[in-house]
Design a protein around this ligand. Sequence first.
Ligand code: LLP
Length: 419
Amino acid sequence: MQFFETDFIKYRNDELYIEDVPLKQLTEQHGTPFYVYSKNHFIKQYRDFENAFKGTKHKIFYAMKANFNLSVVDTFVKLGSGVDVNSEGELFRALKTNVHPHSIILTGVGKTKDEIRLGIEKDLLLIKAESIEEVELINKIAGEINKIARVAIRVNPDVDPKTHPYISTGLANSKFGVDTRTALSLYSRRNEFKNIQFTGLDMHIGSQITSLDPFIEAVKKLCEMYCQLKKDGLKLDHFDVGGGIGVKYRNETPFNIEEYAEKLIPCFTKIDCEIIFEPGRYLTANGGILVTEVIYNMSNGDKRFIIVDSAMNDLLRPTIYHAYHHIQPVKRISSRNKIIADVVGPICETGDYFAKDREIFETKTGELLAVMSSGAYGMVMSSNYNARRRAPEIMVNGDKVSVARTRETFEHMLWDEQI
Ligand code: LLP
């Protein structure tokens, strides 16, 4: 069994630390379960990305759906990032960080009229359109309020990203984006759309992609389309590659960001516009840990269970994608036995688990476990199922600790209900 460590999450004298703070200390101060983030991990990931593309005209728009805590979004905004928002709620949060509207992209396959109107009124950098009807609606709404909306079409390049089917978006049978023929026809109707200025060409083929080939194939296809449009007299300002870069959860060997840049940059040589990236997971996943306490150790026949105080309402990924999250003790003890067990939560669902038939060190009641790689699509997908309070989120920067979100109270959970 291996221990999962990163530059900012490491054992020191057999105690697991995030930056310069032991998780044990955070537990004493805040109770369990809680999410904790390493600010310097976020910063490093962002800077590595920036450096990899420093010779190329580009801009990063952090996909805040991965982790929309204000302190997290603010960290990226302060580094110069734009933000990719997928709903009015995300837009509301993004604006709270004082990010300039020209650094916001409004994405989403089912934007409502209100969301589109708001996007135009706020003068966001661009609104992505994902269907013929949506382009027509954007044009109509912009006309009603006498504005010109900047629009990019999300094109579905029909490329298999070879990831979990639930997070594959670039295949012809997915609901995302329009096919290349429809996109060309929409761009060619540009004179008809009096209140739209087409400014870009967008793609996003999926998430947790660990091979470069699907990116290269899709980018090449759409760069050809960009050149075709240019020949037809439409000069676009940007090409948006989307997000999707895979990270290490277990023993995957994802490409690193330098390889990604090295392989993609040559594909862009024929196009002379800004390249946009929308990473979410790459920036945040391995900067977060969900810390939980063991409540019981039990067996049913040969089957062993470790019951912890966190549950699928806190971290849904194992339940819905069978996603692997490494689980390790906060206190490393070399003399422990290894066992095979399920790590499960207290919710009344068989699907409420973090690990199944996992080789894991034997645990004691009351000890702490770290569920690793929980910085992306963790807290944002949490719920109040079983009327459980949502966990707090703590940000660590060196030896400084700040509470980015407090633990929800039962009163919080009732604020909008009445009898
Ligand atoms: N841009 C668009 C248009 C997207 O739909 C997404 C993610 C991203 C960017 C960011 O992708 P990333 O770099 O994080 O892969 N809940 C799932 C992941 C869903 C991803 C949805 N779209 C999970 O837990 O794995």
